[in-house]
Design a protein around this ligand. Sequence first.
Ligand code: CP
Length: 283
Amino acid sequence: MLERPIPIVPTLRGKTVVNLFFEPSTRTSTSFAIAAKRLSCDVVNFSRVASSVQKGETLLDTTRNIEAMRVDGVIIRHSCPGAARFLAKRINAFVINAGDGAHEHPTQALLDAFTLLQKIKTLEKKKILILGDIAHSRVARSDIWIFKKLGAEVSVCGPPTLIPPYIEEEMKVKVYFDLDKALPGMDVINVLRLQLERQKRGVFPSLREYRRFYCLTEERLKKAKKDVIIMHPGPLNRGIEIHPDVADGKRSVILHQVRAGVAVRMAILFLLAGGKIEKEKRE
Ligand code: CP
């Protein structure tokens, strides 16, 4: 539909959603807004800094007040793990998790899987490496769930201080600390942003050292398959976790991921606001 000359349909006319973002976002908030508009759904962008949250209003009070204005759905990003679920249990409007702390980012996982399915048709038996700051990444957790569900063999790689100790046992992924050993045979490398704002203490000696051991460069990629797919959820720390030549190179699908985000979020809004999923199933 997005490729049509007039990419808009009246499917969700009369519906309203609120983009309730308590943390910064470019891709997720904008693509949800565009997805809603493509479906003729009204979308209101909530600004934390210009809201009564600044006066101490709680998350629940803020959301209940917004719901009282007869909105159909709330798209929430919050620094607290479980924030979306907390609201979903307490309000009648549908709630979409647009990222809750370092916990989950389900719509990113859906768009990542959709991107890969468009590129390589199936994830069955594909080898996917998630590289970098696994410990602070909500994308890593959601991606591991979906990639494994679709049959992929998932590995993670990063410094020991950025790999949660439980991950191998509980999420059944292979762990590498040495990137050069992890690269051979991978079909997909999903590079994660180094989440400097979530790291409370020094988890590696310096950015220089991180770059030396874990930055994905063209030189390092010589160890990988020629047609390996490079992903990154964004925003990029160019030159730290990924070299610009790799991020902008022919194997990169980073902007494809962003475009897929609009389509996937349209589908999610259609299912929820179009009344195709009852409240119990939404949770
Ligand atoms: N991938 C992602 O969540 O990007 P934003 O933080 O810009 O929304």
